[in-house]
Write a protein that binds this ligand. Structure first.
Ligand SMILES: Nc1nc2c(ncn2[C@@H]2O[C@H](COP(=O)(O)OP(=O)(O)OP(=O)(O)O)[C@@H](O)[C@H]2O)c(=O)[nH]1
Ligand SMILES: [Mg+2]
Length: 194
């Protein structure tokens, strides 16, 4: 899955932020972009509607240094969360190395979270990936809002394996780098195996 270019001495890893519409996937990438030094990032590309809904994807390349002489980059993508963009979501998962599921903690979004999670499992399967073993982190976003479900309730509903869970408030950059570091750590462990 990770793309290793021996001639150019480069490693490229793909991390996809997945989840229900308006959960905060684009905000995660925007926050990472805003807080990363110029020399460690490329241009962030967003294809969005006039109301800022992701239309196809967001893309942010991050330079994480060299591993055994190979310049290593994480390519961060978001998918469009709106239900009817499933073909795009499927396409964006191609070649994925790690997934962050950005859940919306608000009570009224529980069904949307579950639907998006089921959709992730299905779409991974269609590419031949096993959801149970792929590097994966669950992020419970929007913890700042008053109408959120307790973390324990969300865990019971959304934890599907023994994945690490992070609480986040993406608009305040809380929990964003913890999430990224953990999925990155898992991706690099897999990379070492290959
Ligand atoms: N209160 C609060 N609002 C948030 C938080 N994270 C994101 N939002 C807001 O939620 C809305 C949707 O955020 P996006 O990042 O665009 O959501 P998305 O998951 O990319 O949505 P799609 O592209 O439609 O799939 C925006 O108005 C954000 O400012 C958060 O932690 N707390
Ligand atoms: Mg988006």
């Amino acid at each position: 899955m990770s793309f290793i270019n021996f001639a150019a001495r480069e490693i490229n890893c793909k991390v996809v932020y997945y989840g229900p519409g308006l959960g905060g996937k684009t905000t995660n990438l925007q926050c990472i972009f805003d807080k990363t030094a110029e020399n460690e990032k490329g241009k962030m590309i967003s294809l969005a509607t006039e109301t800022d809904r992701t239309l196809f994807f967001d893309f942010l390349p991050l330079d994480i240094g060299t591993i055994r002489g190979f310049r290593t980059r994480f390519h961060l993508y978001t998918v469009p969360g709106q239900v009817f963009y499933d073909a795009s979501r499927k396409l964006i998962l191609r070649g994925v190395d790690g997934v962050v599921f950005v859940a919306d903690s608000q009570a009224e979004r529980l069904d949307a979270n579950i639907e998006a999670l089921d959709n992730l499992v299905d779409n991974l399967k269609e590419h031949g990936y096993d959801f149970r073993t792929i590097p994966y982190v669950l992020q419970l976003n929007k913890r700042d809002l008053p109408n959120v479900l307790p973390v324990e309730t969300l865990r019971r509903q959304l934890v599907r394996r023994k994945e690490p869970v992070f609480e986040a408030t993406a608009i305040k950059a809380k929990g964003i780098f913890e999430t990224l570091k953990e999925v990155g750590r898992q991706v690099l462990i897999e990379l070492r195996k290959s």
